[in-house]
Design a protein around this ligand. Sequence first.
Ligand code: HEM
Length: 518
Amino acid sequence: MWLFLVALSLVLSLLRLYQHFQQRYQFWAKLEVPYPEPAFPVGNVGDTLKPTIHFAYIIDRLYRQLKHHGDYAGIYFFRDPVLLVLSPDFARTILVKDFNYFVDRGVYSNEAVDPLSANLFFMEGNRWRQLRAKLTPTFTSGKLKAMFHTIVDVGMRLDRYLAERCTGPTAQLVDVKELLARFMTDVIGSCAFGIECNSLHNPDSRFRLMGMLDNNVYLTSGKRMINLPKLKALKVFFAMMFRRQARALGIRFNDKDVSDFFLSVVRDTIRYREESGIRRNDFMQLLIDMMRKDQSDGGVNDEGLTFEEIAAQAFVFFFAGFETSATTMTCALHLLANHPVEQEKGRQCVREVLTKHDGQLTYEAIMEMEYIECIINETLRLYPPVATLHRITTQPYRLPNGKVLPTGVGVIIPNLAFQHDSTNFPEPFHFLPTRFAERKGDAKPNFSFLPFGEGPRICIGMRFGLLQTRLGLAMLLRHYRFRAPEGASNHPLKIDPINLIHGPAGEVLLEVERITET
Ligand code: HEM
C-alpha cells in the first residue's frame, strides 16, 4: 500500500513540476518575442547535458536558427527564459547604451561561505560600481609599463627553458598548451600575487601542486578552478538556476582548499612585504596600498580595500587572466604552425620593429608590432576564450516591441556566434590576420567582435592580457619556428566541451625548432 502511495505522490509531484514548467514556457509568447518550441524539462538547451559539445556551440546553433528574427529572440534555459541577442547593434544597446538596466552578470556566488567570490567578476550593483572605480587605476598604461619588466623576466625564463629543450639539429615535439599554461601561471603569479612561482622549471611549485585530488590525480590550482568536473558543473548549474535556495544551502563556487590556499598566500605576502619593507611593481602592491589607505582613514572614505577584498581581487586576476591568455597564445601558435606564411610575416614584423629599437624588447617596441596584434585579434575571433557574454535585467526593461522584461531575466550575447558569422566576417573559418589591419580605420567600434566584452563591464585586464600575449608571441617567434607534426589530427583544434573557458582539449603538440643562436 505504502509503495502505491509513494508512487502516486511521485507522479503527482512530476505532474506539478510539468505544469510549473509549462506555465514558465508561456513567458516569451506573452511578451510577443519569437522563440523556438521548448522541450520539458530542458527548454532549448538539452545539449548542455551532453559531454561532447561546448556551451558556446549550443548557443551558436540557436543563433543561426533564430538570426532571421532580427535583434533578439527568446530561449528557455531549462525552465528559465533567457533573451538571446541576435544583432551586434542590439548588443551595443545592452552593453553600452542601456547598460544601467543590465549591470549584473547573474552569476551565482556566496560571499558568506566563500570570501573569494567577493570579486569584481561576480560582484553586483553598487558594490560592483564602487569596486570597479577603485580597481580601474590599477590597469592604466603607466602601471602596466611599470610591470612590463616583470613580464619580460618571465619571458626570458620561457626562452631559456625552451632553448635547453631545442638544442639538437631536429625539431622537438612540445606540448605548447602545457608550456604556455606554466608561462602564464608564472606571469600572473608574479604580477597578481608577487610570487616567483617558477612553474616553468619547477612543476612542483606551490601554485602548480596545490590541488592534490583524490584518486592521486593532481591538477594545477589554475586548472582546479576552471576545469569543472561533471559533479561540480551540476552543482554550479543548480546554484545558477536556484540562487536563493543555493545560498541558503551554503553552496560555494570555489572549493574550500583552493580558497584557503589563496587566502594564506595573500596573507603571507602582505606580512612579508610589511616586515621586510620590500615594494614591487605589481598588482599586489597596488592592492596593498589601497588597504593601507583604508586603514589610515579608518575606512571613512570607503576608498580603500579590506584584506578579504584584496585576496578576492588577486584571486580573480589570476583566475580570469591565466587561462584566457594561455589559451589565446596556444591557439595563436597552433594557427601559425598550420599557416607558415603568416608565421613568417609575424617573425618579419618582430625583427623589423626590433631593428628599429636596437634589438631591445621594450614596451614601446611591443606596442609597435602591428602584425602581431592582427594575429592575436584573428586568434581571438576564431577562438574567443570567453565565448558567450552574460547579463541579467537589473530593473524592468522595455523591449523595442514595447513589451516589458521584468527584473532578473538572463541575457546572452553570443560573441563566438557573431565572430563566426560570414555576414560579419567573410570566410569566417579562414585564418586571415590582415582583415584586422583593414578594420583598423573603422571610426565606430564594431560590436560583432567582442572577445573582451564591451561597455562599463568590459574585461578590466584587457590591456594586460594583450600585453603579455603580445610579448610572449614576439619572444617565441623571434627565436623559434613552429610546425604542425606530420599527420597531426588536432587541426582544426578540438575544443574541450566541459571547460568554462573555450579552448583546446588535451595536448597541443607542435614541432619546435630554434632558429637563432642562444
Ligand atoms: C586574452 C585574455 C583575456 C580575455 C580574452 C578576457 C576576456 C574577458 C571577458 C569576455 C570578460 C567579460 C566582459 C563582459 O562581460 O563584457 C572579462 C571580464 C573580466 N576579466 Fe578578462 N580576459 C582576459 C584577460 C584578463 C586578465 C589578464 C585579467 C586580470 C589581470 C582579467 C580580469 C577580468 C576581470 C576582473 C573581469 C570582470 C570585470 C568586471 O566585471 O568588471 N582578464 N574578461
